[in-house]
Design a protein around this ligand. Structure first.
Ligand code: AMP
Ligand code: MG
Length: 392
């Protein structure tokens, strides 16, 4: 069996950098991965401006007496050089007039007709937002490989850029295998189970920004599985199947792959989710995930996610684990376990049923706690917690 960290390392090195980039409008670029760095063409702000509504003065002109008000400068307007010994009425975001160096907030001023008296001693340079204090022209604000978040779109907009070059989304073919699988919305007999995995996988892929190609449910038959793999390879950049990866006579993925490509069978020391196939159907990368729905959830997040994001061009695919206090006791085992847990005010609580078939555990909680091989967890111990939101 190989360790989870080794499996991730191998997957990352197998992921090829995408070649297809496209230009998209900034407001359509959320969640996309930059294909080229973004360099600021301008300073932000482009000129010194006021951080307050108040009066702009030259600090050395201030004598503690009333000063004539010589200008009225609103945000968006131009300022004129400040006449010496005078103050300029100024508003937040308005340009500091040449010659002024200090802003006094209006709360510390008394306006008297056409002059103003400052009632509290100013500090030289106060409330001036200097040119380029946020970004200097020429600065790379985002490197290639960065996945764009809401605040990043704002920052790119703030330097005046409206179009970005991002990698074209990977197309991922998804199918489920199993004679027992029924489609939600259809009647299902007692020997059947509804297909959950295709819904979990495709929804998560869409959340991550990938395009899905739905190849439905395939029956447990070598010819049918082979045909599905062929069709999937023709339709997508990556293929993800679930079920049928064990070694029973009704598990056909292995033989179908032997006929259409190559595969490495990995026994990853992960629980849930031990059996995992990774290989190629013709040239198309293929993941064969276990059938059990909670195993699908964990392997998708822990193993498939870093691969897909790297293949999509993301530079840093690791997520931070945060230390949390365990509110439970649990003996360690021979594999690294990804426990479905819920975040509470004083720590993390464990879903009572950690079986690989119990998908309820995934929806009940807020993330995964990592229980290392042979690590006994006692109440109050610190354990690594990976939130679902950090994996989103
Ligand atoms: P398998 O890996 O095909 O032997 O499947 C392992 C277990 O997962 C069996 O109990 C299957 O019925 C169940 N299973 C497989 N695929 C799915 C699916 N798409 N949705 C829900 N359960 C599944
Ligand atoms: Mg099966």
């Amino acid at each position: 069996m190989i360790a989870v960290s080794d499996a991730v390392t191998r997957l990352l090195s197998a992921a090829q950098t995408p070649s297809r980039a496209e230009s998209v409008a900034l407001d359509q670029s959320l969640g996309r991965i930059l294909a080229v760095p973004i360099r600021a063409p301008i300073d932000v702000p482009q000129a010194d401006n006021s951080a307050m509504d108040g009066y702009a003065i030259r600090f050395d002109d201030w004598r503690g007496e009333g000063m004539p008000v010589s200008q009225y400068i609103t945000a968006g307007s131009q300022s004129q050089p400040l006449d010496s010994g005078t103050a300029a009425r100024i508003f937040t975001g308005a340009p500091i007039p040449p010659g002024a160096d200090t802003v006094v907030m209006q709360e510390n001023c008394e306006a008297m007709g056409n002059s103003v008296r400052i009632t509290a001693s100013p500090v030289r340079g106060q409330y001036v937002r200097s040119r380029a204090q946020d970004i200097a022209a020429g600065t790379v604000i985002f490197e290639a490989g960065h996945r764009l978040r809401a605040q990043d779109l704002g920052l790119i907009a703030s330097v005046g850029i409206a179009t970005v070059s991002v990698f074209a989304p990977l197309k991922v073919a998804v199918f489920s295998t199993g004679n027992e699988l029924a489609e939600p919305g259809q009647p299902a007999g007692p020997a059947q189970v509804y297909d959950a995995n295709r819904f979990t996988i495709q929804a998560q892929l869409r959340t991550w920004g990938f395009d899905c190609v739905d190849h439905g449910v395939v029956v447990d038959d070598l010819a049918a599985v082979t045909a599905c793999l062929q069709a999937a390879a023709g339709s997508a950049d990556v293929i993800i199947g679930s079920g049928g990866v064990s070694v029973g006579e009704e598990d056909h993925i292995r033989d179908a792959l032997a006929a259409t490509g190559s595969v490495d069978w990995w026994r990853v020391a992960v629980k849930p989710g031990k059996p995992l196939a990774f290989g190629r159907v013709r040239q198309t990368p293929f993941f064969g995930l276990p059938g059990n729905p909670a195993s699908v959830w964990v392997t998708l997040l822990i193993l498939v996610r870093p691969y897909l994001f790297r293949a999509q061009g993301m530079a840093e695919t690791a997520v931070a684990a945060v230390p949390q206090r365990a509110l439970f006791e649990r003996a360690g085992g021979s594999r690294e376990e990804y426990l479905r847990v819920r975040l509470e005010a004083d720590g993390i609580a464990l879903h009572p049923n950690q079986c690989s078939g119990v998908l309820r555990s995934a929806g009940w909680g807020d993330g995964l706690a990592v229980q290392r091989t042979a690590q006994d967890i006692h109440r109050g111990d610190t354990v690594d917690f990976i939130s679902y939101s950090s994996l989103a």
